[in-house]
Ligand binder design. Structure first.
Ligand code: LLH
Ligand code: MG
Length: 383
C-alpha cells in the first residue's frame, strides 16, 4: 500500500458561533463559515481524512511540504512520516506548524484504522471503551442569561450536572475583550456559585485568564483550595516555567495542570514534569502535533506517576484519552447555554463524541479515527 494523492477540499457551512478579537469562541448570529477536508488516498483505494481550518492544510503547504514527504510512502509508517515533517519544521520559516503536522498525522491514523478494519483507540492500546466527560464551558461573555455573571455559571453548571448528566465541570471565565476582565475576584465568585449549585461531590476545574500575575494566581489557587477544586490550568504565561514551579510549590491541595498551549510538543512536557512545574501534565493532539506526541506525553507522565489530561474535543483527543490509563476525563465542549452541542454541523453525520445520560462518551467500534463526515455535503458545498 502506497500513498498516491493528498487533497484539500475547502467547503462552506452555517455556524452560530463567533470569535472575539482575542480568539475566544462565543454564541452569535447564524453566518456562513468555512472549513477544509484533508484526504489521503492510497493506490489500493484506502482513504483517511480529517476536517480542520483551511489555514492548517492550505494547498501551498500540502504542495511544498506534505506531498514531497508522503507520496509514494507506506501510510502505516506514521512515525517515520511524522519525524520527516517534524524535521522540516525548523527550515520551513515557521510555515509548517504543529497543527499541520497534527492534521496530516490524524488523516494517516484514520487511514490506518480504516485499512485494518479497526478503530484507532484500539490500535493505540484501547485501555477503556468509554470515558467520563467533563462539561467545558465557553469563556465568559456579556450576554444576558448567557455566561455574564457568577449566577449564570451556577445555573448552567446545575443544568449540566442535574439535567445533562455531566459528572464534572470546567469553567472558562472572563477574558479580554469582555469588559472588566480579567478579574480574579469575579473568577472566584463564579467558581463559588458553581460549587454551591452542584454540591460538594462533583469535581470542578478552572481555566481562567492566561496572563495573571504570580500574586493573583496564588490568591485564586488558595480560594479554589477552599472550594475543593480538582485542578486549575493556564492561569499564567506558560513560557515562564519558574512561575509554574513557584506556584506548584505553594498549592499543596490544588492540582496545577499544564502546559497546554506552550510549544515544544512532548519535550516541553518532559521538562515540566522533571522540574516540578505542575502536578498533572497536559497534552492535546492539536497542541503537540498529533496522536504520536500526545501518546509520548501520556507515557512520560505515567513514568512519573502523573496523570495526563487531554486538551480539547474531537475524535483524535478522544482516541488518546481512551487509549491511556493515566487520565481522568475527556474534555467535552466548549459548551454554552445558548448552543446545542449535541447537534451535528451540516458536514457531519454525527458528532464525534456523543455522550449518554450518565456522562460517558463511548468509543465506537467502527474502523478509523471515529468521526463520521457527510462527504456528499462537503462535495456539494465546495468553495
Ligand atoms: O481561551 C479559550 O477560548 C479556551 O481556553 C480554549 O482555548 C479551550 O480550548 C481551552 O483552553 N480548553 O481547555
Ligand atoms: Mg485550557
Amino acid at each position: 500500500m502506497k500513498i498516491e494523492t493528498i487533497t484539500t477540499t475547502k467547503f462552506r457551512y452555517i455556524t452560530n458561533k463567533v470569535k472575539d478579537t482575542d480568539g475566544h469562541t462565543h454564541p452569535g448570529p447564524e453566518r456562513e463559515t468555512q472549513s477544509a477536508l484533508l484526504t489521503i488516498t492510497t493506490d489500493d483505494g484506502s482513504t483517511g481524512d480529517i476536517v480542520t481550518s483551511y489555514g492548517d492544510i492550505e494547498e501551498q503547504l500540502i504542495e511544498k511540504f506534505v506531498r514531497p514527504v508522503l507520496v509514494g510512502e507506506d501510510p502505516l509508517r506514521i512515525e517515520k512520516l511524522w519525524q520527516a515533517l517534524y524535521k522540516w519544521q525548523r527550515g520551513s520559516s515557521m510555515k509548517l506548524t504543529d497543527r499541520t503536522l497534527c492534521a496530516v498525522e490524524l488523516a494517516l491514523w484514520d487511514l490506518a484504522g480504516k485499512a485494518s478494519g479497526q478503530p484507532v483507540w484500539k490500535l493505540l492500546g484501547g485501555y477503556r471503551d468509554k470515558i467520563l466527560a467533563y462539561g467545558s464551558t465557553m469563556c465568559g461573555d456579556d450576554l444576558e442569561n448567557g455566561l455574564a455573571t457568577p449566577e449564570d455559571y451556577g445555573r448552567y453548571a446545575e443544568w449540566l450536572v442535574k439535567t445533562r448528566g455531566y459528572k464534572a465541570v470546567k469553567l472558562h471565565t472572563w477574558m479580554p475583550p469582555i469588559p472588566g476582565a480579567p478579574n480574579v475576584r469575579m473568577d472566584y465568585a463564579a467558581c463559588a456559585a458553581v460549587r454551591e449549585a452542584v454540591g460538594p461531590d462533583i469535581p470542578l476545574m478552572l481555566d481562567p485568564n492566561h496572563w495573571y500575575s504570580r500574586a493573583d494566581a496564588l490568591w485564586l489557587c488558595r480560594k479554589l483550595e477552599e472550594l475543593d477544586f480538582y485542578w486549575i490550568e493556564e492561569m499564567m504565561e506558560e513560557a515562564s516555567l519558574s512561575s509554574y514551579q513557584w506556584l506548584t510549590a505553594r498549592t499543596p491541595k490544588l492540582n496545577i495542570l499544564g502546559p497546554e498551549s506552550m510549544t515544544g510538543k512532548h519535550w516541553t512536557r518532559a521538562e515540566w514534569a522533571a522540574k516540578g512545574a505542575c502536578d498533572m501534565l497536559r497534552t492535546g493532539v492539536w497542541d503537540v502535533g498529533g496522536i504520536g506526541p500526545a501518546m509520548k506525553t501520556a507515557h512520560l507522565a505515567e513514568s512519573f506517576h502523573m496523570s495526563c489530561e487531554v486538551h480539547g474535543t474531537g475524535a483524535g483527543n478522544l482516541a488518546v484519552a481512551a487509549a491511556i490509563p493515566n487520565t481522568s476525563y475527556y474534555e467535552r465542549g466548549l459548551l454554552h447555554p445558548f448552543l446545542d452541542y449535541d447537534k451535528p454541523s451540516a458536514y457531519q453525520n454525527r458528532i464525534d463524541d456523543e455522550m449518554d445520560q450518565d456522562g460517558y462518551v463511548h468509543c465506537r467500534n467502527t474502523p478509523g479515527l471515529g468521526h463520521d463526515y457527510n462527504l456528499d455535503y462537503i462535495e456539494a458545498n465546495r468553495v
